[in-house]
Design a protein around this ligand. Structure first.
Ligand SMILES: Cc1cc2nc3c(=O)[nH]c(=O)nc-3n(C[C@H](O)[C@H](O)[C@H](O)COP(=O)(O)OP(=O)(O)OC[C@H]3O[C@@H](n4cnc5c(N)ncnc54)[C@H](O)[C@@H]3O)c2cc1C
Ligand code: FES
Length: 264
């Protein structure tokens, strides 16, 4: 049943950064997720929230503490239980020969299964990771193992690791100088919007992961709409053609928990 949570026991946790924690569990359906798909995670007595699948063997999620539900998730340890539904959403389409992947903040988590799949499919992959500080650079060791040290460019706002610049500025430079034929991005929406504009100038197709407020997670409540799309069903990955249809909202506006439109 699509709307019934499966109760799973946490088998392992990993504190990835001071504010981000990964939780792992066994679940057959989650282990078959495609890169980019998400689960609705039920924290008993608190809330149910959308979280991307960050690994499949075993299935795992990677969570940044931002409010009540994520705080509760980040406090869980081995042996605690959560409810899960899904996987939901469309996931990334694996395409292109020479691809650029750009991730910022906790958005990097959803890119790890994508990078794994791209490398397995023998694509030429370059990754740019951005974070405020060295401590907040997520999953860099795992990504370095997949793509190699020369193909991973790290950017921090304070220069504590890698280049002292925004990931979007580094992406702009590299898109202008190289002949990438596909770009993938997940992170702050203003960063993805900037990268989309540069990609459009060079006619390079892009796939971006959008976040909108979600209640049901599978197309019933309408709370996650952007233009005529439902992010839970038509997304969370929107490609360049779809992004062009929602330019009034992409990078600018979203709906809050009561459905009111707000600036991002
Ligand atoms: C498809 C998708 C995938 C996501 N993947 C991840 C992930 O892998 N890791 C991660 O840490 N976070 C992820 N998020 C964001 C995560 O769902 C929110 O941070 C979380 O719901 C906040 O809940 P809270 O109670 O901790 O915070 P709150 O106090 O409720 O809110 C904090 C912020 O989160 C936003 N938010 C609250 N509830 C939701 C909701 N149901 N849907 C979307 N945004 C919400 C609020 O607008 C606010 O800006 C994802 C969101 C979506 C839509
Ligand atoms: S979350 Fe209900 S329609 Fe998308």
């Amino acid at each position: 049943m699509i709307n019934k949570s499966r109760i799973v026991k946490i088998i392992k946790t990993k504190q990835e950064t001071p504010t981000i924690k990964s939780l792992f569990f066994y679940d057959d359906e989650a282990s078959k997720s495609n890169p980019g798909q998400f689960l609705m995670i039920w924290i008993p007595g608190i809330d149910e929230i959308p979280i991307s699948v960050s690994s499949t063997q075993p299935p795992g999620i990677t969570v940044r503490r931002v409010g009540e539900a994520t705080d509760a998730l980040c406090s869980l340890e081995k042996g605690d239980k959560i409810g899960i539904k899904g996987p939901f959403g469309n996931g990334f389409t694996i395409t292109g020969k020479k691809v650029l992947v750009v991730g910022g903040g906790v958005g990097v988590a959803v890119l790890l299964p994508l990078i794994t799949s791209l490398v397995e499919n023998l694509r030429n992959v370059t990754v740019i990771l951005g974070a405020k500080t060295k401590k907040e650079l997520l999953l860099r060791e795992q990504i370095m193992k997949k793509v190699g040290v020369d193909r991973l460019i790290m950017c921090t706002d304070d220069g504590s690791s890698g280049l002292k610049k925004m990931a979007s500025d580094q992406a702009t430079e590299m898109i202008e100088k190289n002949d990438f034929d596909q770009i993938y991005t997940c992170g702050p929406e203003k960063m993805m919007h900037k990268i989309f504009e540069v990609a459009e100038k060079r006619s390079i197709p892009l796939q971006a992961t959008l976040e909108r407020y979600m209640k049901c997670g599978f197309g019933l409540c309408g709370s996650c709409c952007i233009g005529s799309f439902l992010v839970c069903k038509d997304g969370p990955i929107l490609d360049s053609n779809r992004l062009k249809e929602v330019m009034d909202e992409f990078g600018k506006l979203h709906r809050n928990s009561s459905g009111k439109i707000e600036e991002i």
